[in-house]
Design a binder for this molecule. Structure first.
Ligand code: ADP
Ligand code: GLC
Length: 468
């Protein structure tokens, strides 16, 4: 069975968040299953991965986007170094940029990607068994292959859509229809939601099945989905919640080259301490105190707006009995507030930006990882932290609810219910109490490291769905 994953991110080629981690790992694990040939197709970005590896040009052609003619080149990485065939689609002017997101013309950008991919497959008469579309950026593919004459060759190919984040739906005005490959206009209803073209809604309507990255998140979407609740309820019979795994080859504290001191479950306590001491020294923190960390995008869905108040209040209320470290970037107000506190409080360290190496060091060094998310479709940070023996402190929502069980009910994490500073600090205080009980802490480190979040089970679930 030949499966093409279509995505705007793929680790280690281009990563903004968890989507990249999933697309960089899931196909690799699927390929370990007999009879599966999973590949990844992504836009070409101006990233070092391209220059560090060799590629063949496998397609060179043109598409029309409204009045514009765009060149489409498809490049294939020569050695399958990632554990799957990797194709990068280059469209000069739209898909040859430094980063996946953040451009004014992103509607044109993602339309060109979807159009370019389907044009290439049709022109080369490549007919996959499954097209697996990730998030709204590729959400129009299921519609396009059924309703655009240009892709007649692909008609009937089975499509799966995975919703990694329903907060982003890619809505655009109907004017953009002029820039799509021409389609049967009677079918406009498959594109429309409330007077706009909504790629995520279209994916839910047109894909043969769609998935969310946890069961908990799927349940929440029936109640709150930024206007798509009724649609997801109507299409419930083709909805599946499949929890993400983690790539335990990349995220392995025993072998992770990004750590200063590697460790297994046997020497985790001592080695984590050494990692923590080194990190604390670098950032002027106090290694004898518990270290709470946050890693992520400064967005309200991540509860990042709660961080500034959490920092000053938890330091004041505990009389400085904890360290806090934050790595991330995003909303400028949050960044500026945190910068101010970084200057004011010696128990607080901030590193602004996206730093893969530092994130691994923090997972290994911290005692607790904070995730006050308002919305969390799956969340990978909590799983990475657990694998590295760091106790997750998470709000009870979406994938966090499915993966982190509170110590009071037999688990090894800390949950809180309300996405507010009071509840978060209450959970952190529970953490500080635990930190002072050495034996309990050691048991929790061990218990967290033993959780099984490997991809194998979920990769099998996707294959079962494909077979259906
Ligand atoms: P999301 O995709 O919504 O941002 P996830 O929890 O699924 O959330 O995945 C986030 C991924 O991005 C994790 O691999 C995390 O370690 C990484 N990450 C987030 N922010 C940063 C950062 N500032 N520096 C390094 N890695 C980061
Ligand atoms: C999205 C979600 C996150 C999930 C990731 C990978 O970015 O916000 O919760 O873990 O996708 O599926």
């Amino acid at each position: 069975m030949v499966v093409y994953h279509l995505s705007t991110e793929c680790y280690p080629v281009a990563k903004v968040g968890g989507l990249a981690d999933v697309v960089g790992a899931l196909p690799k694990y699927q390929n370990k299953i007999k009879g599966i040939d999973a590949k990844v197709v992504m836009p070409w970005y101006n990233k070092s991965f391209f220059y560090d590896h060799e590629f063949d040009i496998v397609f060179d052609g043109f598409i029309h986007q409204g009045p514009n003619m765009l060149q489409v080149q498809v490049m294939k990485e020569k050695t399958n170094v990632l554990g799957f065939e990797l194709y990068m689609v280059k469209i000069p002017g739209l898909l040859d940029r430094d980063n996946p997101y953040g451009y004014q013309d992103e509607n044109f950008q993602f339309l060109a990607f979807q159009h370019g991919v389907l044009h290439w497959l049709s022109a080369m008469q490549i007919r996959p068994d499954i097209l697996h579309c990730h998030d709204y950026h590729t959400g129009l593919v299921p519609f396009m292959i059924e309703n655009c004459a240009e892709f007649e060759f692909l008609k009937g190919v089975k499509t799966i859509g995975t919703i990694h984040n329903g907060e982003y739906q890619g809505m655009m005005s109907w004017n953009m229809a002029n820039y799509m490959p021409s389609f049967d206009s009677w079918k406009w209803g498959f594109l429309d939601w409330n007077g706009l073209i909504n790629p995520l809604a279209s994916m839910i309507k047109c894909a043969h099945a769609f998935t969310t990255v946890s069961e908990g998140y799927l349940e929440e979407l029936y109640i709150g989905f930024r206007g798509l609740e009724s649609l997801v309820r109507q299409e419930f019979s083709k909805a599946y919640g499949i929890i993400n795994g983690i790539d335990t080859e990349v995220w392995n504290p025993e072998t992770d080259p990004m750590l200063d001191f590697n460790y297994s479950i046997k020497n985790a306590v001592e080695q984590k301490k050494k990692n923590k001491e080194k990190l604390c020294k670098e950032y002027g923190l106090k290694p004898e105190l518990p270290l709470f960390a946050f890693i992520g995008r400064f967005a309200t869905e991540k509860g990042a707006d709660l961080l500034p108040d959490m920092v000053w209040r938890s330091i004041k209320q505990s009389y400085g009995a904890l360290n806090i470290m934050i790595l991330g970037s995003g909303n400028t107000y949050i960044e500026n507030k945190l910068k101010e506190y970084d200057y004011t409080y010696s128990n607080f360290a901030l590193d602004l930006g996206y730093k893969e190496h530092l994130s691994h060091k923090i997972y290994a060094s911290a005692d607790f990882l904070l995730m006050p998310s308002r919305v969390e479709p799956c969340g990978l940070n909590q799983m990475y932290s657990m694998r590295y023996g760091t106790i997750p402190v998470v709000r009870y929502t979406g994938g966090l609810k499915d993966t982190v069980v509170d110590i009071s009910t037999g688990g090894a994490g800390l949950n809180f219910t309300y996405p507010g500073v009071d509840d978060m600090i209450h959970a952190m205080n529970r953490g500080i109490n635990l930190y002072n009980k050495k034996d309990t802490m050691e048991k929790l480190i061990e218990a967290n490291m033993q959780f099984d979040f490997t991809w194998e089970k979920s990769a099998e679930k996707y294959i079962a769905l494909y077979n259906n």
